[in-house]
Ligand binder design. Structure first.
Ligand code: PLP
Length: 414
């Protein structure tokens, strides 16, 4: 998101960052409504097909409501995410549900709420869904998530479409699945889906996925299955560190319309990161500055409990300082307060000389940030704010340490 400067003071949309840092404790997540709307509209214009927002990227109710208002559907991976989507106002017919581990209760919840499709990830799961549907006296619309064995050339921790990954049904088993449908009378196969990974930047990967899914749909149709929906996944790359470009979504649009011509089914995508990553920023306060082993450490109040991506995936987030008044430039390593050596937010970044109580911005934290935050080291989850022009509102209230501790129970024998 852009930090704008007016009389040398920073603003997000029309809201003064100075006012925010005075009013709220840090660390603090801030989202720009305009950025989310811009990302959604850009995708919609260039792809021209249905977009299901991958709720896992940021499942805050206000963010869901905003994307629902924009016209998105909801792509969920748990009963909790279905519940959030319904609460945020999504029409159940615009909710799809996948996920590699669904309990009986999760499946029942999805069926009872009449969502559009449950995407099964194994034959066992199809049999289970059929059994539950029969008990509920219902016929349920089903998709199958295929594992196309395509290497998305992304980090191994965010790859999901190789045959050795745990996700989906191997594509060469599609024939068996289709045959099995004959005896599964309470489910109706209507959709195919896949998602081969996150942060995919190579067009050739999308081309392989699209061609493979088209073939799978043609095979299913030739076997008498009435395919209505083909979902092509998410994974659109976002440029975090300024070294790679955001994915060219115009190019994706051109590719889909040239591959999926004259088809009897609807295609869709399920991106998460692309829609929200750039709309988020963390403001963190400098707690301490120290030199260890020749390294200038800035210790901040945000850490891996606030944003786990650098520790978990070695991901790079651009960090800069609110106060850049010093002409002295220093090479810093930014570390969180958590008692783990891996709690490093950025290494070797050059900033104007900083002092305690200054604020830093951690950029592009709208996706997989707050959604993956934790209470590690008994730290409460932070406030999250949504800014819309000159208005702002808390969309997730911070947790107090006492809230966290209150959930522990001491048995009466102790
Ligand atoms: C099944 C599924 N769909 C969609 C997504 C969204 O991916 P991204 O946020 O990279 O677009 C994910 C994320 O891993 C996923 O697992």
């Amino acid at each position: 998101m852009d930090i704008l400067f007016n009389n040398n003071r920073p603003f997000i949309e029309g809201v003064s960052v100075d006012e925010i840092t005075k009013s709220f404790s840090t660390p603090l997540y801030i989202y720009s409504q305009k950025e989310i709307e811009k990302a959604y509209n850009n995708l919609k214009e260039n792809l021209g097909v249905e977009i299901f927002y991958a709720v896992k990227a940021n499942s805050n109710l206000a963010i869901l409501k905003l994307l629902n208002n924009c016209g998105a559907g909801s792509d969920t991976v748990s009963a909790g995410e279905i519940q959030r989507s319904i609460k945020a106002g999504f029409n159940p017919n615009k909710i799809i549900y996948e996920g590699v581990g669904k309990s009986k209760e999760d499946i029942e919840y999805a069926i009872i709420n009449n969502i559009r499709l449950i995407n099964a990830e194994s034959l066992n799961e199809l049999i289970l869904i059929n059994k539950i549907a029969k008990n509920l006296n219902k016929t349920v619309s089903i998709g199958v998530r295929l594992n196309p064995d395509i290497d998305s050339l992304t980090l191994s921790k965010i790859s999901t479409g190789k045959k050795t990954d745990k996700f989906g049904i191997p594509i060469n088993e599609l024939n068996n699945i289709i045959s099995a449908m004959d005896s599964l009378n309470n489910i109706k196969l209507k959709g195919l889906s896949c998602h081969v990974g996150s942060q995919i930047s190579e067009m050739i990967i999308f081309e392989k996925v699209f061609n493979t899914m088209k073939e799978a749909a043609s095979l299913s149709i030739s076997k008498g299955i009435n395919i209505e929906y083909v979902d092509l996944g998410g994974g659109f790359a976002v440029n975090y560190n300024k070294n790679i470009n955001d994915l060219n979504v115009k190019e994706i649009g051109r590719l889909t319309s040239s591959i999926f011509k004259d088809i009897p089914y609807k295609i869709s995508f399920e991106p998460g990161r692309y829609l929200v990553a750039k709309a988020g920023i963390i403001i963190t306060k400098i707690l301490n500055i120290k030199k260890n082993g020749g390294i200038n450490f800035i210790i901040t109040d945000a850490g891996m409990h606030t944003l786990i991506r650098p520790a978990m995936y070695n991901s790079v987030h651009h960090i800069d300082a609110l106060d850049q008044s010093s002409n002295k430039k220093i090479n810093y390593t930014i570390a969180g307060p958590i008692c783990e050596s891996s709690d490093i937010l950025a290494k070797d970044i050059v900033l104007s000389e900083q002092k305690e109580n200054n604020f830093l911005f951690i950029h592009d934290t709208g996706a997989y940030g707050a959604a993956m935050a934790s209470n590690y080291n008994s730290r409460g989850l932070p406030n999250e704010l949504l800014i819309n022009e000159d208005k702002y509102s808390i969309i997730h209230a911070e947790e107090k340490t006492s809230d966290i501790i209150a959930r522990d129970l001491i048995p009466d024998w102790l």
